[in-house]
Design a protein around this ligand. Structure first.
Ligand code: ARG
Length: 462
């Protein structure tokens, strides 16, 4: 046990209490952020005349060496320290002596940890933004190739109207594009520097908060010291955005699992992204999609846990807030693992366009268009609805599609049918007639694809 206090205490902390209180086992993930924050703090203390030039240099170099040594494996983060902050300060003092003890001047662990967590979340938002772009690019590439791959569109998981594969996955492009936007938005809001807020009420030292904010890449210092140390909104915003990403990944996974099933066979998962069964030799299972879908629960769990932890905490810092870390780290790591795996699975899966097309035909997804055909011939829509209903029933009887019936058979149901019916209800026509903004017709899709291309170019350039 190596603790940062002592003077006021007449007795050592109980072992179990110490262990329960300690966070080193998980907050060591913040080492890089802690060292970046301490380096900026030391530089600012030097520039403000609170530390001498030599002291500043010794601290800055000492901190860089600690990071390098931990990264190379030369130095181990020992669990005998309470948290990552005490580990860094004690190791620094052990290595450089007196100046190490001056690093914490004008700072509290409360603003220190608030800073570390912000830096960590900011990095996560950037990295996850990049991973989202990778997935968006993959969806975009497939959209370009599949504007005439026809498939049934569903409502209630019942075949409804024909769409294209490009149109269907284009819906996910929109979802992940919004997710990408959320990463940008929340990064902007969290990009204010809490360092200098002290324990809760600022400090009497003439700290240059603008300077530390700039050194650490923040837009500005935070404006209220009590809020600075007790705000975890940015963690919750991030977790909420991650929850949405996982909700989208999970829905997409669910569809891929269905499409890959023996019953659908719309797609086939690549062997490299599938798993087998220990007993059933015929099995090729979509475990990756199932795991991505399954991991959604733990990300939602992190969000609900954090919302609940924060709801009753009086201002300013309370130890409850140490609970912001483990589940947040887990949610971030889960997202960072799921996005590239999902992308790899999506890129390598093969489509069965013929199966999709046949499924759309046998599912009467052109029934609305057949009714519209009769309306164009002068029949009131309600009557047309009834005629096509009877037509569908006849097809179910014969186990065929509308366009499989002969003109004679069609005329038996209604004399209004002519040979031009076949063209009117072909999947090509049904889809191609739908060219309003956002619809599956090729012309409409090509406009969207061009916009997506411009969006991706601009996002990649940033
Ligand atoms: N491990 C603590 C946390 O994560 C660091 C801050 C401790 N501050 C304090 N006043 N005990 O929140």
């Amino acid at each position: 046990m190596a603790q940062l206090w002592g003077g006021r205490f007449t007795k050592e902390t109980d072992r179990a209490v110490y262990d329960f209180n300690a966070s080193i086992l998980f907050d060591q993930k913040l080492l890089q952020q802690d060292i970046a924050g301490s380096t900026a703090h030391a530089k600012m203390l030097g520039a403000s005349g609170i530390l001498t030039e030599e002291e500043t240099e010794a601290i800055v170099n000492g901190l860089a060496e600690i990071l390098a040594d931990v990264e190379s494996g030369k130095l181990e983060i020992s669990p005998k320290f309470e948290d990552v902050h005490s580990f860094v300060e004690a190791t620094l003092t052990e290595r450089i002596g007196e100046p190490g003890k001056k690093l914490h001047t004008g700072r509290s662990r409360n603003d220190q940890v608030a800073l570390d967590m912000r830096l960590y979340c900011r990095d996560a938002a950037d990295e996850i933004g990049e991973l989202l772009l990778g997935l968006l690019q993959a969806i975009h590439n497939r959209m370009k190739e599949t504007t005439d791959v026809y498939m049934p569109g569903f409502t209630h998981l019942q075949k409804a109207q024909p769409v294209t594969f490009a149109h269907h996955i284009g819906a996910y492009f929109e979802m992940f594009r919004r997710d990408y936007g959320r990463m940008k938005d929340l990064r902007k809001r969290m990009n204010e520097c809490p360092l200098g807020a002290g324990a809760l009420a600022g400090t009497t030292y003439p700290l240059d908060r603008e300077m530390t904010a700039t050194l650490l890449g923040f837009d500005c210092p935070t404006r209220n010291s009590m809020d600075s140390v007790s705000d975890r909104d940015y963690v919750i915003e991030l977790l909420s955005a991650l929850s949405l990403i996982h909700m989208h990944l999970s829905r997409f996974s669910e569809e891929i699992i269905l499409w890959n099933s023996n019953e659908y066979r719309f797609i086939e998962m690549d062997d490299g992204f599938s798993t087998g069964s220990s007993i059933m030799p015929q099995k090729k299972n979509p475990d990756i999609a199932e795991l991505v879908r399954g991991k959604t629960g733990r990300v939602y769990g992190a969000l609900v846990s954090m919302l609940t932890t924060m709801k009753g905490i009086p201002l300013a810092y309370n130890k409850d807030m140490q609970e912001d870390k483990e589940m947040t780290f887990d949610a971030i790591e889960t997202t960072k693992a799921c996005l590239p795996l999902f992308t790899g699975m999506f890129v390598t899966m093969r489509l069965n366009p013929e199966v999709m097309k046949r499924s759309a035909m046998l599912g009467f997804t052109n029934a609305t268009d057949a009714a519209d055909y009769l309306v164009r011939k002068g029949m009131p829509f309600r009557d047309a609805h009834g005629v096509i209903g009877r037509l569908v029933l006849a097809c179910i009887d014969k186990n065929c599609a509308i366009e499989d019936l002969s003109l004679d058979e069609l005329k038996e149901i209604s004399p209004v049918f002519e040979a031009d019916l076949y063209d009117a209800v072909s999947l090509e026509t049904c889809v191609e007639k739908r060219n309003t903004i956002g619809a599956p017709g090729k012309a409409a899709m090509e406009r969207v694809i061009a916009e997506n291309e411009a969006f991706l170019k601009e996002a990649e350039a940033k």
